[in-house]
Structures are given as C-alpha cells and as structure tokens.
Design a protein around this ligand. Sequence first.
Ligand code: MF3
Ligand code: CO
Length: 294
Amino acid sequence: MRFTNPKWNRNDLCWCGSGKKYKKCHEAFDEKINEFEMQGFEVPTRDLIKTPEDIAGIKRSAEINIAVLDEIAEKIHIGMSTEEIDQIVYNTTVKMGGIPAPLDYEGFPKSVCTSVNNVVCHGIPSKDEILKDGDIINVDVSTIRDGYFSDSSRMFCLGNVDPAWKKLVDVTKECVELGIKAVKPWEPLGNMGSVVHQHALDNGYTIVREIGGHGCGLEFHEEPWVGFTTKRGEEMLMVPGMCFTIEPMVNMGGHEIFEDAENGWTIYTKDGLPSAQWEVQVLVTEDGCEVITY
Ligand code: MF3
Ligand code: CO
C-alpha cells in the first residue's frame, strides 16, 4: 500500500498502533514521503515502516541472534567442524526460545551459513569441513522469535592468519562501520552503499554486486534490496522506522562469483581469492540509525 489514501479519515486511529488520531500522529510523516515520491524518489511501502510493537519484537529476536554469535565467538576453534558450529547455533537458539531462520528456508538444509576463505556466502555446515590454522570464516546467524526476524554475521580468524587476509577482515568491518554512519533518514540508500564501496576500493578490494543486504524484521528478506556498489542519489529512500541489513561481501581479488552447481547455494569467488563479510541489522531513526544486531 502506498501512502496516499484520499479516503483516509484524519480522525481515525493511526496505522502505527500508537492509539493516537492519524492527524496527530503519522499524517505529516506520510505527506513527507509523498513529497519525496513526487520528486521521483523510490519510497518505502507502509509495511516497511516498523511500528513500536514491531521494533520491540525485532529487538527480542535480536537478543537471541547476538547471544548465539557470542556463544560461537567463545567456542570456535581450530579442529572443529562447521557442523559443530551448526549444532551450537541450533541448540542455543532453541534453548532461548527461537527458531533458526535458515533451517528449511527455501530448502536450505542447516541452521546457519558458514563461509570459509574463498566462500563468499551461504556455505553449508558439514562434518567433513574442519577448521584449520589460518582460516577465516563468516558465521551468518538469523533468528525467528515470536514471528520476528533478526540477522547478523561476524568473521572469525583462526590461529595464524596471513596479515593480508587479516587486513581484508578488518577493512570489511570498517566498511560496515562507515555504512552505519552513512545511514541518514530522508536520503537514498545509494548514499550509504557508495560509502561502503569506496572504502573497499580505497583498499584495493572489490565488492560483490549481485548479492546484498535486505529489509528484515517481519520477514527474513523484505524490500528494499541493499546494494553496496550502488551510487549516491540512487535506490530507495531511507525513512525512520525502516529496518535493513548492512552486509557487504568484500573480495580480495575480483568481484566475480559463481554458485555451487551441486548444492545450488554456496557462492565462491571466481578467482579463488578470499572474501570477507560482516553483517549488522539497523533501524533508521530520526537522526541516523540504531544498530539492532551485530
Ligand atoms: N543470512 C543470510 C542473509 O544475510 C541469508 C541466508 S539464506 C540461507 O541474508 F538460507 F542460506 F540461510
Ligand atoms: Co542478511
């Protein structure tokens, strides 16, 4: 539903669930969005603007997501299989009252994505994949709690990691931090994406073009798609109440990727060089954003 509704009674209760009359609550906000739309900006639909109740639910989901990643940070070690990471994610999530969102999501077979070295994303945990000295791994955790979704991922460096690989991991984290600072309400998403991209380019890296972040909260993957090779002035307007992920995949070599033909999930760098990714979920606020997961 778009924001303009001429039949909307201004004395009706507001759509956000505040209990206030529409004219005293979100009317001015909706009009502001309409103005941007008339200027030619892509604007969010109302279902992408989270109500206070939604935000509380997403934050409760995020409590589990953060706790699961903290647990992995404590337990991850050389010699363990990625299957063991999957078990920790499943057990911790369920114990806390959540459901791992990846499990059975469009046929994904496990509770978490584990992406090692040249795997860009969507690595499938396996008992045959043993973590070894010098590996870098992304553990991507997503949780459903009471119907609300949260999503974040971190990198872990195992043992003696090549300094050049460690730098890739660190710069990717900086990319996310700069992205967080670049979230400004009433500006287009491309302003954020271009800041993330520039930092990767400045360090001699590339960013994957085809896969990006996404709206998240009421569904696992909502609009908008969030690119990190996008340009200033482009893409959907960031509006207070929107919730989306910042999760660039930064490659040491070229940006080209390919998909595993056998499992249909796992994405690799074409040139075999390593790729790193960190992911946070943010809520757009009146003056920037709030980090919901990390
Ligand atoms: N967690 C991933 C993301 O950041 C989604 C993975 S889909 C899955 O969007 F099925 F592979 F889990
Ligand atoms: Co995500």
